[in-house]
Write a protein of this length. Sequence first.
Length: 387
Amino acid sequence: MAFARAPAAIAASIALLAAAPATGTPVNIDVILPLTGAQAFSGAIHQQTLQVYERYANANGGINGRPIHFDFHDDQSKPQVAVQLTNLIVAKNVPVILGSSYQAACAAEAPVVQSHTVEFCLSPGLNPKEPNVFATAVSTTYIAPAIYKFMRDRGYKRIAVITATDATGQSHDVMSAQVMSRPEFKSMTIVDYEHLAPTEISVSAQMARIKAANPQGLVIIATGGAFGTVLHGMSDAGLDVPIITSAVNMSEEQLKQYENFSPKEMVFNSAQFYARPQDRKGAVRAAVDEFYSAYRLAGIAPSPESTAWDPAKIVVAALRTLGPNATGEGVADYIGNLHDFAGASGIYDFRTGDHHGLTDADLVWVKYQAAGTQKFVPVSRPGGAPL
């Protein structure tokens, strides 16, 4: 049976039910995250987001009066460990698993969950087609074209690209070739395209070639230590051009470590909650206000990569409707037919076949600024048009 979500879902998704604090036996939701290893900075942000959501949801009724508990499992930034954990969790016959935070682990988990458990990946790099696999934020199939469109609309004609040789970088290689072959990008040229291994500690040769090509901007598809290696290489080469990179690198703690060798302008794709001053009144603004209210309750500031919030909210909405003993098939059917659902990142519609539920209309570009209290400032409207 398909659970069709009417427009009333907008109102239902704006705020958690006004209810007494949850009590009794917790409803456990398993989460696989890279809490150690190369991807740990991303895993830490998602863990914090889910902890904030857990506290807020439980203060407002939990799941039908029972508290939520997110049970975290460390995949050590290793896809093979993520598979081992997935097997153990699936054996418990749970309806849903959240995680992991990076594309390679999510892709490795997907065949394991089969049809009996929902996997809600916390990386936008996974683009699933399976009816029981979903992914957070705006898909990279939208982000890749949006990168080049944003640069084109800023007047850049000569750009360079450097990608890691991991799954995310390889995906971008394919998508960038497809995007740049489109007629609307004929005014732009990729003057140099480089690669680095995620464990590489120097990119001096790549930076020398990029600098010699004289680009107006640089696209960096690399995360964690590899992202820092690229920034260091830029500084060593004397290359200071604007960079465009992924939201996964929007860790304030990480960026503080890189300030001495960072370029003057770093731009990241982000979610609607980071364009809050531009929001009109309506469902998304109310959902964004709820998001910030939860962080105030926790006494901390959200990260621009706090995109685990909406997956948690969607999964909890499913369990509130179906009951905490729901089957994986039931949760998959609920999410697959969900629409008009307001989250902090936009209005979700999963009926299109894109299992992220969002489009490039929900994308916002922000820049990092070391000085001042507001570290990330919008430089585009929702949808990506430069300000």
